[in-house]
Design a protein around this ligand. Structure first.
Ligand SMILES: *Cc1c(COP(=O)(O)O)cnc(C)c1O
Length: 370
């Protein structure tokens, strides 16, 4: 009799629905019979500027060593990061993308039957990594699409091991102030880990937006994650990091696969960290694109959730189906992101692109809605 392997899979995996990524450019090009250069992808919050030229040079310099394993300790990039962030290298955990760190922290602290807390509309990976280890997810209702940190603290119970806070959050673009965050951290029991996901840290200009790394000395239960996938323009290379106390970093490094970040990613990340001009330009391009898109939405009478990230979620007009708009945009060669799986069925998320990409998107949106 044939074995039913699905029945043998562990419970968390059997009920897991995989993360839904943005539609790849080459897939849509094949479907429409178009060239890849005719497609505008604004679906995964990638940096539209292309990589830093310094990153490309650093990658070329690594090519000759392709046969060697990378530096599993990531010595060089940890040194640069620690100088830039005024921390010790022992506080850093390198990840194959910052999503890796979410997986590590769960594997270090969460047992079968424990739970994790995160907000409604929060980034989808938290629920996935928790489910994989048999944990329950407690999803705290959002307030105006943002994190209700008081309610999240109140949802912590004696089986809670981790609370995930996304600041700013994806796909809503909402954020919490320093006072809100401090008030929350003071309420969380000392033994419960707070994973503060700052994937979009570099884009935020608000004066009372908190820098999580500056709070680490006061809150030993805090882990801050950041990534090279967004403002640093290296999404394909998969590199991000966690910053925490050396004790928590040591625990996470025990579950980290030994060579989880390859030598090209390490070299490119280090080179981009040193290329401050590139990051500054990326942020300026994002600011201009955000201003353009919000003003176009205003002109079109579309409502949107004000965002401090490199993306914005807008609401389709009443009586219009968001998936129809999404599919209409695909036919125009523009890929955005449906967010129905984030309990936002009337919204679509669009990443900020180059000036030309943003214009193409707005004119395609006008065509689709007309
Ligand atoms: C994009 C994103 C990340 C980063 O993912 P990587 O694995 O570093 O590419 C993390 N958290 C949120 C909320 C994100 O939107």
């Amino acid at each position: 009799m044939a074995v039913n392997f699905s029945e043998l899979a562990v419970e968390g995996v059997r009920s897991l629905r995989p993360y839904q990524p943005g539609k790849p450019i080459d897939e849509l090009a094949r479907e429409l019979g178009l060239n890849e250069s005719d497609i505008v992808k604004l679906a995964s919050n990638e940096n539209p500027m292309g990589p830093s030229p310094k990153a490309l040079e650093a990658i070329k310099a690594e090519l000759a060593d392709l046969t060697r394993y990378p530096d599993g300790a990531g010595f060089v990039v940890k040194k640069t990061l620690s100088e830039k962030l005024s921390i010790c290298p022992e506080q850093i955990t390198l990840g194959n993308g910052s999503s890796d760190i979410l997986d590590f922290i769960v594997r270090v602290f969460v047992n079968d039957g424990d739970n994790v807390v995160f907000s409604q509309h929060a980034f989808a990976i938290y629920g996935l990594v928790a489910k994989m280890v048999g944990a329950e997810s407690i999803v705290t209702p959002a307030k105006d699409f943002g994190h209700d940190l008081d309610a999240m603290a109140a949802d912590i119970n004696d089986r809670t091991r981790i609370v995930f806070v996304t600041n700013p959050n994806n796909p809503t673009g909402t954020w919490n102030t320093r006072d809100e965050l401090l008030n929350f951290l003071n309420k969380v029991p000392e033994h419960v880990i707070v994973l503060l996901d700052e994937a979009y840290f570099e884009y935020v200009h608000e004066a009372d937006y908190p820098d999580g790394i500056s709070l680490l000395n006061d809150y030993p239960n805090l882990v801050v994650t950041r990534t090279f996938s967004k403002a640093y323009g290296l999404a394909s290379l998969r590199v991000g990091y966690g910053v925490s106390s050396p004790e928590l970093a040591d625990l996470m490094n025990r579950v980290r696969p030994p060579f989880n970040v390859d030598s090209f990613a390490l070299a490119a990340a280090n080179a981009t960290l040193l290329d401050e001009e590139y990051v500054k330009e990326s942020i300026a391009l994002n600011d201009a694109g955000m201003a353009y898109l919000t003003s176009a939405f205003n002109d079109m009478g579309l409502s949107y959730i004000p965002s401090v990230g490199n993306f914005i979620s807008f609401k389709v007009p009443a009586g219009v189906n968001a998936m129809d708009v999404y599919n209409g945009l695909l036919r125009e060669g523009v890929i955005v992101r449906p967010v129905a799986n984030y309990e936002m069925p009337e919204y679509l998320r669009v990443s900020i692109g180059t000036e030309a990409e943003n214009q193409t998107f707005i004119s395609a949106l006008k065509t689709v809605l007309s």
